[in-house]
Design a protein around this ligand. Structure first.
Ligand SMILES: Nc1ncnc2c1ncn2[C@@H]1O[C@H](COP(=O)(O)OP(=O)(O)OP(=O)(O)O)[C@@H](O)[C@H]1O
Ligand SMILES: [Mg+2]
Length: 307
């Protein structure tokens, strides 16, 4: 049976270099190892490099052939060297383009949904380009990768705020209420609105029927958070803080599913052109990947022991 609920996962988070591609490759390898059919899609606008985590060369065909020549996604998929798992790559030229219309993105998603796979994992890359955000919003599981440092926290907060704001605007526009958000945001000083959460609360107080739409959108906008490159157990607290910040300022419900420590084996396996989860399968960091992937599969949070 092909998974219907939660089949499409997107990995984003704003800042570059936090480990989105590493996590995508490691998680995909683990799930494929469980006998599930997995396809990875590399939509990194800054420079698709997911193939490097498998030691394979850059695929010749890319999503440009889908957008411009109508190629089927199955024709674009290449082998990763790992059973049950293939890869489709994007390229900067087409993905950074503002010319990709919303209907084309919907078409891509319709085709992604039709792929005969249990899981489709999309590596979004850094930044908050509309194409990146729209892909993030369309995924069933929205996963963000955080590094324990302030720039990563800030970039992630902005990425999530932009994504949520875009989702709300699109939905309210559909119901004919787009102006309410714009007008209230323009008059934010008068209403003493300092955050997106306060904007949403203010709209709820003044227009309860619009509040219902906002509540529905927020309940659809669930996030899964992974902390990467931790160097001490204290760093783990940053995951919990990020979760609290997202609830406090944006009203976003986030599940903190796990962490991976900083481990030189990650870049070493890339240099050795061997997938990390196969090359270093017994390492502590590989076990950490397994823990958060299982949590993602089950929709559970990590259990943090207090001492
Ligand atoms: N847990 C880790 N321990 C040590 N190094 C890591 C870890 N995770 C990722 N790295 C290294 O950090 C670098 C960036 O990782 P990666 O390419 O996965 O990030 P990214 O978020 O996909 O970056 P971009 O935004 O540029 O796409 C790589 O050199 C990778 O080997
Ligand atoms: Mg990447």
């Amino acid at each position: 049976m092909v998974e219907k609920e939660g089949k499409i996962w997107a990995i984003g988070g704003g800042k570059g270099g936090t480990g989105k591609s590493f996590v995508t490759s490691a998680m995909g390898t683990y799930i494929a190892g469980k006998g599930k059919r997995v396809i990875l899609i590399d939509i990194d606008i800054g420079g698709a490099n997911l193939h490097s985590f498998f030691g394979i060369s850059r695929p010749k065909k890319s999503l440009t052939d889908f957008f411009e020549a109508g190629a089927s996604l199955n024709k674009l998929a290449v082998k990763t060297g790992i059973d049950n798992m293939s890869l489709i790559t994007g390229d900067i030229h087409s993905l950074a383009s503002d010319n990709i219309k919303f209907t084309q993105k919907l078409k891509l998603f319709r085709h992604i949904m039709k792929l005969n796979k249990h899981y489709v994992i999309i590596d979004l890359g850094a930044g908050s380009h509309n194409n990146t955000i729209d892909t993030f919003l369309m995924a069933d599981k929205k996963i963000v990768i955080l590094e324990p440092e302030i720039t990563s926290v800030e970039n992630m907060y902005h990425f999530i705020k932009n994504a949520l704001f875009r989702k709300l605007r699109m939905s309210l526009r559909e119901y004919g209420f787009k102006d309410i958000v714009e007008q209230m945001w323009e008059r934010r000083e008068e209403y003493n609105i300092k955050s997106l959460r306060e904007l949403m609360d203010c709209i709820r107080d003044n227009f309860s029927y619009v509040g219902d739409i906002i509540d529905k959108e927020l309940s659809d906008f669930k996030l899964y958070l992974i902390l990467n490159k931790i160097r001490s157990s204290d760093d783990i607290l940053i995951g919990s803080s990020m979760k609290s910040i997202l609830m406090k300022y944006l009203g976003v419900d986030t599940k903190f599913v796990g962490f991976v420590e900083y481990d030189d084996s990650v870049w070493r396996s890339m240099r050795e052109r061997r997938p990390f989860m196969l090359n270093y399968s017994l390492s502590r960091s590989a076990k950490e990947v397994e823990v958060f992937t299982e949590n993602l599969l089950k929709g559970k949070e990590i259990k943090l022991s207090r001492n």
